[in-house]
Ligand binder design. Structure first.
Ligand code: DX5
Ligand code: ZN
Length: 226
């Protein structure tokens, strides 16, 4: 089967109603989400605290698509097993989160998940150039991680294009996260990103009582991405 480079919209549940995560996930999936993006944060690697493996395990039965878990924690290694057992399909760690990235990526695959690596905006692609065989996804951050609703950083478009060139024919997804909306989606999709994370742009104006708004928001991003 050829590698799937079609555009995938991955709503970040960071912008969902945390008191109602199961229903929120079902709503965005019904309305067209391709992946579900989950954002554990530790209050140390990033200045915010969110969820841990227990919550990821609790939402797992509600995800019928693909659970994409973006760890903003350091160190990540002690928690890989727990997030894998919680049912993550993809576990993405930050390149900046520890000194032995290759070992961390191997550990993710050994636990049965796909292995992603996230690059903060100041971390160059050369950091991972020699370990691409260990990578299933490159997440190019387009904001400083920690919070939803921040402004997209335009200079990252060139980084996405460089990531796409570096990946070549390898079966590696290129994901972007931060400030993705119908205005910025065409920039990153045009540069070669295939997984577009969007939190505020998907959840704004909608609710589980008005899920059709989620559908309109997802379709607007997908249409803009082309
Ligand atoms: C922030 C998270 C993002 C966040 C994106 O560190 O990694 O996934 O939810 O939110 P928006 O799409 O609102 O920028
Ligand atoms: Zn994220």
């Amino acid at each position: 089967m050829p590698f799937d480079r079609s555009i995938k919209i991955a709503p970040s549940i960071l912008s969902a109603d945390f008191a109602n995560l199961g229903a929120e996930i079902r709503a965005v999936e019904t309305e067209g989400a391709d992946w579900i993006h989950v954002d554990p944060m530790d209050g140390h690697f990033v200045p915010n605290l969110t969820i841990g493996p227990n919550v990821v395990a609790a939402i797992r039965p509600h995800v019928t698509t693909f659970m994409d878990v973006h760890l903003m924690i350091a160190p990540a290694d002690p928690y890989i097993e727990a997030f894998a057992k919680a049912g993550s399909d993809m576990i993405t760690v930050h390149a900046e989160a520890g000194p032995h990235l290759h070992r961390t990526l191997q550990s993710i695959r050994d636990h049965g998940a796909k292995a992603g690596v996230a690059l903060n905006m100041t971390t160059p692609l050369s950091h991972i150039a020699h370990i691409l065989d260990a990578v299933d996804l490159i997440l190019v951050m387009t904001i400083n991680p920690g919070f939803g609703g921040q402004k997209f950083t335009r200079s990252m478009v060139e980084k996405v294009a460089q990531a796409r060139a570096m990946v070549g024919d390898r079966p590696i997804h290129i994901e972007v996260d931060g400030g993705i909306d119908p205005v910025t989606a065409p920039l990153v999709a045009g540069a070669g990103a295939d997984v577009l994370v969007a939190g505020s742009a998907v959840f704004k104006g909608g609710s589980v009582e008005r899920p059709e708004v989620y559908g309109e928001n997802i379709r607007a991003i997908r249409a803009a991405a082309g």
